[in-house]
Design a protein around this ligand. Structure first.
Ligand SMILES: [Zn+2]
Length: 538
């Protein structure tokens, strides 16, 4: 009796799940739901990409290896995919980073080379440290420069506390809270921006013009730190030193070395770093296609950037977006092997270096821009998509509305849409490379999880942060939308929303965000894409 009751309950559970998922009307939508939600390949794909292949810095052999994997993976599903070379970029191979404090006591430090940092040829390099002092002006800085000879220079702010703000606000006295926030504000003024400590120079992404000047003056290396407002997060970008290393230490290991130096306790650091600068290397996007049958010159484009910073393994930025689009292609190839329009997947290179890959694709493929029915881009972490924007095209909004109405109930609830055309993307991720051409771009925004404070560009952006329930939802959602866009009888027209009359918040009744950017009044313009390394020193 009990057993049969349980069985009934289980069956009821299963059928209500199904009812929640798929409407009865469209068999293809139902099949996409089944393939995406009941037999998702996203865990397998993410594990291979993140654990075995790892991070994907532009110009690195790691990136090339991961791209080869993506091409092979698509090929295994019968989808034709290839590298599309569009330029060159400085090449660099990351090896290991061993960083130890050896005096006045011994401690292995948590830290890594910045991207593109020279190594030490796998040999020990021991040096004393020096804190970058405050200068009245750049003349005083230049006069001081000879002092760096043979020293490791500390160029980042010391944190008074490595506790996240939320901990301080929750547990501190009013005095502690206000001291902490004053300290953070002062740090940002003194050590940030384009005039670090009065030098007149910037650190850019950690190894900008200031690091290069220190190298030229004979420093043994540069030590920086960019902790995030979370426990243990360390953002890791790139350097332009070419002879001596630039390394980053975690919040408190940097604090330790800084205090020892500041208090004349004469710390010594031993670096043993393996890296190789490889010169300009060819760079490419991965582009795959399921050819259209009746409208082969019209396109649906699934878009995500494949490159990443390399402190972690680039899990939420943007392996999750890439796996989402790969999985959607797997599903589409099974459900819709002969689509009306051509379905493309673009896994871009060099988003982190300034939307380089997507911009180059848009420049190189006027035929895709002309025939573009819809581009779907995702790049804001692992969270389930809760917003899809119409990118400033009123006719795009009409189509989007009708597609969303055909989706399983679960998606209709998850992604409410008010029919507003919204505004074009003007930067931040790859949809901007297309939006500036005035074509239909649908940006997808998701639940934030801890993207902004923990995973974004940090050593903590790893496999464990992927939320597979959300990723599976995203892949199934975008496969459904791509199917509807491909089979839609009408082509999206290009009239643009009148930005001059749009309310500040971009939607009727939405005010401008306090402290946010000024309202967009002109359509964003496209800028030419660099086809060789473009240094970002400032
Ligand atoms: Zn990204």
């Amino acid at each position: 009796m009990r057993r049969s009751l349980l069985l009934v309950a289980l069956l009821a559970g299963a059928s209500s799940l199904r009812a929640q998922g798929a409407p009865a009307t469209d068999a293809a939508i139902q099949r996409i739901w089944t393939l995406g939600m009941d037999s998702s390949q996203t865990p397998r794909l993410a594990q291979q990409l993140l654990d075995s292949l790892g991070p994907r810095l532009l110009g690195s052999p790691d990136m090339k290896r991961a791209q080869d994997w993506a091409i092979k993976t698509l090929g295994g599903w019968g989808i034709d995919a290839k590298h599309e070379q569009f330029g060159t970029w400085r090449g660099w191979r990351r090896g290991y980073s061993h960083i130890d404090l050896i005096a006045p006591r011994v401690r292995t430090l948590e830290g890594m080379m910045l991207g593109f940092s020279p190594g030490t040829n796998k040999k020990d390099k021991v040096a004393e440290t020096l804190v970058l002092p405050h200068f009245a002006d750049s003349t005083e800085f230049v006069k001081w420069l000879p002092a760096v000879k043979g020293k490791l220079v500390l160029v980042s702010a010391p944190m008074q506390s490595c506790r996240p703000t939320e901990d301080i606000v929750k547990n501190g006295t009013p005095a502690t809270i206000s001291r902490d926030s004053a300290w953070r504000a002062e740090n940002a003024r003194e050590w940030g921006g384009r005039n670090v400590r009065g030098t007149g120079l910037s650190l850019a992404l950690g190894g900008g013009e200031l690091a290069v000047r220190l190298e030229e003056a004979g420093a043994a290396g540069v030590i920086s730190s960019r902790p995030t407002n979370s426990r243990g997060g360390l953002a890791l970008f790139e350097t332009y030193t070419t002879k001596v290393p630039t390394v980053a230490l975690s919040c408190e290991d940097y604090g330790l070395v800084f205090r020892l130096t500041d208090n004349n306790q004469h710390p010594k650091i031993r670096l043993n770093l393996d890296a190789e600068l490889l010169g300009e290397q060819p760079i490419s996007n991965v582009v795959g296609r399921i050819p259209g049958t009746t409208k082969p010159n019209e396109y649906v484009l699934l878009s995500a950037h494949f490159d990443s910073w390399d402190g972690g393994s680039g899990a939420t930025d943007n392996a999750t977006g890439s796996v989402m689009m790969l999985e959607a292609m797997r599903i589409l190839k099974q459900v819709l092997p002969n689509p009306q329009r051509t379905i493309l997947i673009g896994l871009w290179a060099g988003e982190e270096e300034g939307l380089v890959g997507s911009g180059a694709f848009a420049e190189d493929h006027p035929e895709v821009l002309k025939g573009l029915q819809a581009m779907f881009n995702q790049d804001n972490g692992t969270g389930r998509v809760m917003r899809v924007g119409a990118g400033g095209l009123p006719n795009g909004a009409v189509h989007l509305s009708s597609w969303l109405k055909q989706l399983p109930t679960a998606f209709q609830t998850a992604v409410p849409f008010d029919g507003s055309p919204g505004r074009p993307s003007s930067g931040g991720t790859d949809d901007a490379s297309f939006a500036c051409h005035g074509v239909p771009v649908f940006g997808m925004g998701g639940a934030s999880w801890d993207y902004g404070v923990v995973t974004w560009h940090t050593t903590r952006d790893t496999f464990d942060k992927v939320v597979f329930d959300d990723l599976k939802h995203n892949a199934t959602l975008v496969a459904s939308l791509a199917y509807l866009a491909s089979e839609d009888p009408s082509f999206i027209t290009r009239e643009r929303v009148d930005l001059s009359t749009l309310p500040a918040g971009g939607r009727p009744g939405v005010p401008a965000r306090a402290g946010g950017p000024p309202p967009m009044r002109a359509w964003p313009t496209c800028t030419p894409v660099p086809r060789v390394t473009k240094p970002r020193l400032k």
